[in-house]
Write a protein that binds this ligand. Sequence first.
Ligand SMILES: Cc1cc2nc3c(=O)[nH]c(=O)nc-3n(C[C@H](O)[C@H](O)[C@H](O)COP(=O)(O)OP(=O)(O)OC[C@H]3O[C@@H](n4cnc5c(N)ncnc54)[C@H](O)[C@@H]3O)c2cc1C
Length: 472
Amino acid sequence: MRTGADYLAAIDDGRLTYFRGKRIHRIQDDPTLLALAHNTAREYDRFHSPEPGAINPLLVAPRSPAELRERATVVVTIEETLLATYLALMSMKSAAARLPEPFAERARAYVDDAVARDIRIAQCISDSKGNRSLPPLAQPDPDAYLRVVERRPDGLVLRGAKIHISGASLCDDLLVMPTKAMKPGEEDYAVACAVPVSAPGVVVVNATTYPEGGDPEDHPVSTRSALTEGFVIFDDVFVPHEMVFLDGQVEYASTIVHSLGPWVRLNGVSRYVRQADELVGLAQLITEANGLERASHVREKIDEMIIHATLLRAGMEAAIAHAVESPEGFYFPDELFTNATKYLGAAELNRMVRHLHDIAGGAIVTAPSVADLSNEDTGELLRKYMQGSEKVSGEQRLRLFAAIRDLTASGFGGWNSVMNLFSGGSLFAQRLVARKHYDMGRARQAALELAGLAPADPSVMPAPVAVQPVDR
Ligand SMILES: Cc1cc2nc3c(=O)[nH]c(=O)nc-3n(C[C@H](O)[C@H](O)[C@H](O)COP(=O)(O)OP(=O)(O)OC[C@H]3O[C@@H](n4cnc5c(N)ncnc54)[C@H](O)[C@@H]3O)c2cc1C
């Protein structure tokens, strides 16, 4: 397995990457990208085992609902590029069982090789998409969706862009797949493959909400959780056949992305569950620091947040309890519970954040920095006037405001809000999948019975039970 140092050396490979208008020749040369790469490196060291042949245990697919539950709670604590890799490899394992040969065999070989080499993989799904109402062939620019522009005896040449790609500049490989189903005639767009970030023609333009200056005291969340998002351009990139997992088979265009969906959404749901508890906890702590535990309107808001957090947890538990076994013996979360819960988490996040802001007060955005506590002129005065309730020190209250600001009212907070809405698909996508899996027949039958338009369905009546006389 790699160490953090091995990883940092591996990404020093001349990749073509840009940040804030400049060409970055080495990730190590830019302090922000380097800080983010260090987060990845630290995670390598956390999982490192010197045993020959050791692999990261997270990259083995869960084989029971219990393992799936354990995985769902662990993945919310891991660093983002490892998470992206986990999701990419799980989806490839699932897809391999559905793809035709020789693609299935190549996909399996790729997964085994990626696990053995302990590399990091970014998921390259979202195309630039041009005019959203037009399919690929009707776009004024034929490159709006990534496509094959040349087929050579030894491989393919790709052109297009995949955008919003989390961790692209910090990973080894890009796992490319179509963003949607394709139709006959759209064969050039039905392409899936793995491409090294350093392949000639790959250009990554980075964006990040990692805080300027990066003081973890003031940014306890974003310094750990911010990522670089990549706008990845494929400027005629050659991909050898052995790395191609789909080439022109339109009927399989959505196989990989559909295999990814349940994993991404279960991960989204697990994050919402964790995040909802964090928001409730912050609301309670800042209420105590403000001395308002007994104020009824504050309690009501926290109660609402508690109910939201509990419903999300119930949805996650249901998704795991109803996990489905694949033909290969892997366990996937139930699609309906996963999607409905993800929808609830995404749609209601901003209301929960509004409650937290309302409870906490304006110091979320106006409180001085933690460093001001160390200044000999201002430190003691800030401690004195930052104090609310006598039970909580001024310093603790200031640090709570810093955490709330960083999580919900900073550049990172804005990123988190949009990420919650879109990662794994928009609200519309959750609605579509929920409708697809919901038992509409059951709902129609219930409504028909209610309206007196159909007799009660005998299959839902409880079976009669023979009652034994009780000798009193
Ligand atoms: C922080 C973050 C990280 C991400 N990480 C990744 C990643 O690592 N890899 C990756 O591949 N993607 C990633 N994504 C992309 C994410 O999956 C997309 O944002 C999501 O699929 C929506 O696509 P879009 O942003 O292009 O919005 P759009 O597709 O433009 O959607 C905007 C709105 O228009 C609606 N809409 C779009 N098309 C139509 C249509 N034809 N008819 C009706 N309504 C329509 C949508 O439902 C939505 O309401 C990430 C996104 C974010 C925000």
